[in-house]
Design a protein around this ligand. Structure first.
Ligand code: UDX
Length: 446
């Protein structure tokens, strides 16, 4: 449905959850002129936020928070009930982790709805911003037990690392709800952004979020599969991307080959898409294939690294005694998030194959406990890239931090024991790596 904005008026807003979505939503709505109270169950996090400390790495977020707090348009409180009493509109931005069967776990949303139900103002609007299965608006309505309160869905499309920019410059805002007046009221919050606002029913809005993430994951799996084919037939994936990307129906975006997609959204949402479809009697086999290609991609990277070390993956403990210098642990650059990081999955496989790993990541220096898994018990952390390369048989770039593009390759070659560099992000110029005396392997590059 097309949307014509009403004359703009600031609203009183509460946001439940101060994670990267909740905090970004709070700070950006406040910066647009709304009056925002942001709540979290973690008293320590709220204390830090009140002191101006931002608990995550997110470009520009600190400045927006500090500015909004100083303007008295943003405050932080402990507990959902404390935030919502005066609010016209309440955003739910709590996690929807994944259950063992791939379905989304709604317990945080339900708990938040239970807490706010008795305290909401008459006529308040509750907005689901968390990524929730189709039909969740109804679940929230049931838990709230308030016939005078409307529930709408307003999925977020924020990338970690550029969340503030994405919030303030969206390609579109999607609002789904059966109560048109409530949907319009939520749409009006965004009218200063001058963006396309799409109003749909709740089920369509919830589906849009999963379909968007599923499609993007599909693009990456597709190009990773094409990169594998390029390696097999002797083609170059960069030329292939140029050739297909200039077709405006395809485009160049989201076609960077790499170690596979990870993070807090794509893995969870792609599995949820399969699970939701199955619950409704549809076998989303294409999405299963997209996930399978992504799992294979990690193993392909491990096999590449073994080859670079001169080892055969068919052997028992194929990387026994091999020293790996790993560059990058986060699931992508610009964030400190390690959730479902392809880098950690690849290191896990290599550790299980007997490799000795020294890793460096610009955001995780000195916080070994954050990256310890059962198998990564032996992982050592270095203070810089050269420290990770020191004594390594193979250096592997796993996350595309810009500083890795500036590596002093002669210095890397000098401190290594071996002479192989595997670049899973295609960041480096192969010629420059070879000039430094190192063997180079990327993804799908000739
Ligand atoms: C994603 C969506 O982009 C965002 O709209 C949604 O709301 C949340 O999930 P995010 O998880 O922050 O955002 O990361 P994104 O930048 O989309 O990257 C996801 C993964 O795909 C990363 O592991 C990244 O390295 C990988 N990727 C991305 C590629 O391998 N190639 C690409 O071309 C793009």
């Amino acid at each position: 449905m097309e949307f014509d904005a009403d004359p703009w008026e600031p609203a009183t807003v509460a946001v439940v959850g101060a994670g990267y979505v909740g905090l970004t939503t709070s700070a950006c709505l406040a910066s647009m002129g709304h009056d925002v109270t942001c709540a979290d169950i973690d008293p320590e996090k709220i204390e830090r936020l009140r002191n101006g400390e931002i608990p995550i790495v997110e470009a520009g977020l600190g400045e927006v928070v500090v500015h909004a707090v100083a303007a008295d348009r943003l405050r932080f409180v402990v507990g959902a009930a404390a935030a919502v009493a005066d609010a016209d509109i309440v955003f739910l931005c709590v996690p929807t982790p994944q259950d063992e069967d791939g379905s989304a776990d709604l317990s945080y949303i339900e708990a938040a709805a239970r807490q706010i139900g008795p305290v909401l103002r008459p006529g308040a609007i509750v907005v689901n911003k968390s990524t929730v299965p189709v039909g969740s608006a109804r679940v929230v309505e049931r838990v709230l037990q308030r016939s005078d309160v409307s529930v709408v869905s307003n999925p977020e499309f924020l990338r970690e690392g550029t969340a503030v920019f994405d919030f303030l410059h969206p390609d579109r805002v999607v609002i789904g709800g059966d109560d048109e007046a409530a949907a319009r009221a939520v749409a009006n919050l965004y009218s200063p952004l001058n963006t396309e606002i799409l109003i749909t029913d709740a089920a369509s809005a919830e589906t849009i979020k999963y379909a968007a993430n599923g499609f993007l994951a599909m693009k990456i799996s597709f190009i990773n599969a094409v990169a594998a084919m390029c390696e097999a037939v002797g083609a170059d994936v960069a030329d292939v991307i140029e050739g297909i990307g200039s077709d405006h129906r395809i485009g160049r975006a989201f076609l960077r080959p790499g170690p596979g997609w990870g993070g807090s959204c794509f893995p969870k949402d792609s599995r949820a898409l399969v699970s939701i479809a199955a619950d409704h009697g549809y076998d989303f086999s294409m999405m299963r294939g997209v996930i399978e290609v992504n799992d294979e991609q990690r193993l392909r990277m491990v096999a590449k690294i073994a080859r670079a070390a001169g080892r055969d993956m068919a052997l028992d403990l194929p990387l026994d005694g091999v020293a790996i210098g790993a560059l990058g642990l986060t699931f992508k650059a610009g964030t400190d998030d390690l959730r479902e990081s392809p880098s950690l999955a690849i290191l896990d496989h290599m550790a299980a194959a007997g490799a000795e790993i020294t890793a460096y990541d610009p955001t995780t220096v000195g916080v070994l406990d954050r990256v310890q898994t059962d198998r990564l018990g032996t992982l050592r952390l270095a203070n810089d890239a050269l420290g990770a390369a020191n004594g390594a048989d193979v250096v592997v770039i796993l996350t595309e931090w810009p500083e890795f593009a500036e590596l002093d390759l002669d210095a890397v070659a000098r401190v290594m024991r071996g002479c192989s560099l595997v670049d899973t992000r295609n960041m480096l110029d192969p010629g420059s790596v070879r000039s430094a005396g190192l063997d180079y392997d990327g993804v799908g590059r000739r």
